[in-house]
Design a protein. Structure first.
Length: 270
């Protein structure tokens, strides 16, 4: 059996947390990531003994037997690179669906992120839509957060504005952006609301808080959030100034059709 500290998926996970901290997206212990590991990835490494059990606080039977690499509650992304075994953990969902088994990590007695319900509910929702979606990433990018204070919060309006800030946006996320009203974070209620949006979107905005993004890989989920954040930055730079060279709805239609992506036609005025 191989030492998990050499696992490519762990190294990539740590690199992602470091990049997110470096970009200023994850202050203090903000942000969290969960990565659904395949059986092939897991079986190569020394994680076949249960360390302890951790209650989940909701019914996750649909994920029974699955393994997740996750960030820990109260842990700082900036520390993951130097001490992954304390700041990260791998859990396996038990058959009862209400409990997980810690297979590796959280060595100092810690546990998974407090937003685990939102993550696992989102995994369930996305797997029902696209079985390749294995990563759920939550973070606090500055420009996205700033935009939620000054922009109407609706799926259609938020999507339209972001699409119009960069030609790439409708190509990268033609399915659009989901938005929620302000809700208390860390609760099952916000997890359920996020998961419901995840049935339609790979991006969900939590106003005044941050963003959820999903993907088939860490790179894809990270790149998705990165693209939205860049567009939000452009929006914030423009501010109240008049736009004299806009990306029009017709332009967005032409982009989507040229790149053959299945976009939300109901989000355009054509």
């Amino acid at each position: 059996m191989k030492n998990i500290m050499n696992a490519p998926f762990l190294k990539e996970f740590v690199k992602t947390t470091s990049n997110m901290y470096r970009l200023g997206w994850d202050e203090r212990n903000g942000g969290n990531i969960s990565y659904l590991l395949s059986d092939e990835e897991v079986k190569e490494y020394e994680i076949d003994e249960v360390i302890r059990e951790l209650p989940l606080g909701f019914d996750a039977k649909k994920l029974a037997g699955r393994y997740f690499l996750m960030t820990g509650t109260g842990k700082y992304f900036k520390n993951c690179e130097d001490d992954p075994e304390n700041n990260l953990g791998i859990i396996r969902i038990k058959e009862d669906g209400s409990t997980s088994e810690l297979m590796w990590g959280f060595k100092d007695g810690g546990k998974f992120t407090s937003e685990t319900p939102a993550h696992l509910m989102s995994h369930i929702a996305r797997l029902s839509v696209d079985p390749s979606n294995r990563v759920v990433l939550h973070t606090h990018p500055q420009n996205i957060m700033a935009m939620t204070f000054i922009h109407p919060i609706s799926d259609r309006e938020f999507t339209r504005t972001i699409w119009k800030m960069n030609n790439e946006c409708i190509i990268v996320f033609p399915d659009g952006i989901g938005t929620l009203p302000w809700m208390v974070c860390g609760t099952n209620e916000i997890g359920e609301a996020t998961a419901e949006k995840m049935k339609q979107y790979r991006i969900v905005i939590w106003p005044n808080h941050g963003i959820y993004g999903v993907g088939s890989s860490l790179d894809e989920a990270f790149g998705l959030v990165e693209t939205v954040e860049k567009a939000a930055m452009i929006y914030n730079i423009i501010g109240e100034r008049k736009i004299i060279n806009p990306i029009t709805d017709e332009d967005l239609k032409n982009l989507a059709e040229y790149f053959n992506v299945n976009y939300r036609k109901d989000f355009l005025d054509i």
